[in-house]
Design a protein around this ligand. Sequence first.
Ligand code: PSU
Ligand code: MN
Length: 304
Amino acid sequence: MNRYLDVKEEVARAVAENRPVVALESTIISHGMPYPQNVETALAVERAVREAGAVPATIAVIGGRLKAGLTPEEIEYFGKKGRDIAKASRRDLALLVSRGQDGATTVTTTMMIAYMAGIRIFATGGIGGVHRGAETTMDISADLEELAQTPVMVVCAGAKSILDLGLTLEYLETKGVPVLGYRTEELPAFYTRRSGFSVDYRVDSPAELAAAFHAQDQLGLKGGMLVTNPIPEEYSMPKEVIDAAIEQALAESRAQGIHGKETTPFLLARVAEITGGDSLASNIQLVLNNARLAAQTAAEFCIL
Ligand code: PSU
Ligand code: MN
């Protein structure tokens, strides 16, 4: 076991006994939603995982320790400190550890720490990807490279169209990452169920998802698998509303010269502010929906 890793007792026991565990990220808490809804959501997501029969393991870096499984007090701490906690991607881990600092884990570092802890299934809201204009900025999320190399299944609601979804799919294809649609042929776009882009495969049950991931493992293929689960119809947002908010946020980000690791949090926060409470309510519901699917899939994966 990695000497910098602390696996919460309940999580370690479940992993050792081959019971279902679902990893959850902490950037969504510190950078993805405002306080106190971020804490309420993180706790509700953990409850949803439990109700679906799995053990939740929210992942973060605290005082330079890699944590697989947080206490409610630690979740409160990450929510309250919000953007004062460093967003931790792969390139940040060594420095956070050597300096004994805190970090909110993105999809990338959550996958890494989950895998170190023996956790194979991870639920979140949306992944990072190829940004619009990446042909000049080269802004491509490390999440895509992590999906290419770390064998963890990521259950998400697609990606927000703050990204170039077409280029994101091309990148994943190049890297050999299967993109599955849960009960859909079309890639969902986070707040909306449709994007106009096709997924690689439609999959209709948690058992089928688990079987695909198991086969990938047995084949010795090293990378991850991306499961895209559309937001439930009743919580999805009108496409025009969300598109207009995204265009406005992108224009502001360009005007203010936002770049690097600030881009995604800036765009997420502005879209949430422009659309008010509506997008936050949708965001919460889609994460809960993903947590349930991940828990069901983890239960199926355990018995293979
Ligand atoms: N997209 C969302 N919500 C999020 C993120 C992305 O809709 O919370 C977060 C995730 O933690 C993701 C990270 O891993 O942003 C990607 O950041 P970047 O684009 O800087 O790699
Ligand atoms: Mn980036």
